[in-house]
Design a protein around this ligand. Structure first.
Ligand code: GAR
Length: 200
């Protein structure tokens, strides 16, 4: 199976779903390590699955570039075929992108290019959109600007708050991310200028 390193910063429910998907017979990838940038619940899901995890925290480094290089080195030690960012709330740096760009898959809780950044759900709610969704895309140097691989719409309900809407989106993200990772591993990605698609 293909080797996945998953980066996370939060509760890790996408990570947990991806690990669960990899235990299905025939899933073409396995999670070989989890990296976090802070103390967070995601490492508990790694422990529960017997997956090793590591922390590379920006606060432990004098410069962002040092953190970027340390994260790159930590991930390199696991020889991933793909890196998956699942609720990783930091921009990856040039060293990391230099090594893995084109092989980093991110899940975002909005229909990009609308509502990029750390508050995609709250921003969509504040704008008043009636449909938002989930986007799985390749990571580039921008904030959620990389080539889109897959999207799925999710309705906004009139009585939604950020938590209820985010959970409805995450239900979709958990399935879409696992499906896209499997498809990328099985079929690869075709790039066409700034666009990309899975070569089904
Ligand atoms: C997910 O909705 C993911 O798309 C989002 O954080 C959540 C993580 O959930 N990521 C971003 O907003 C990145 N800009 P989890 O911790 O339960 O897996």
């Amino acid at each position: 199976p293909a080797r996945l390193v998953v980066l996370a910063s939060g509760t890790g429910s996408l990570l947990r779903a991806l690990i669960a998907a990899t235990t299905d017979a025939g899933y073409p990838a396995e999670v070989v390590a989890v990296g976090v940038d802070r103390t967070c619940a995601a490492t508990g899901h790694a422990d529960a699955a017997g997956v090793p995890w590591f922390t590379v925290a920006p606060g432990d480094y004098a410069r962002r570039a040092d953190w970027d290089r340390a994260l790159t080195a930590a991930v390199r030690g696991y020889h991933p075929d793909l890196v998956v960012t699942a609720g990783f709330m930091r921009l990856l740096g040039p060293a990391f992108l230099g090594e893995y760009q084109g092989r980093i898959v991110n899940s975002h809780p909005a229909l990009l290019p609308s509502f990029p950044g750390a508050h995609g759900v709250a921003d969509a709610l504040a704008y008043g959109v009636k449909i938002t969704g989930a986007t799985v895309h390749l990571v580039d140097e921008g904030v959620d600007t990389g080539p889109i691989l897959a999207q799925e719409a999710v309705p906004v309900h009139p009585d939604d708050d950020e938590a209820t809407l985010h959970e409805r989106i995450k239900v979709v993200e958990r399935r879409l991310l696992a499906d896209v990772v499997a498809a990328v591993v099985r079929h690869g990605v075709v790039s066409d200028g700034r666009k990309a698609r899975i070569s089904w």
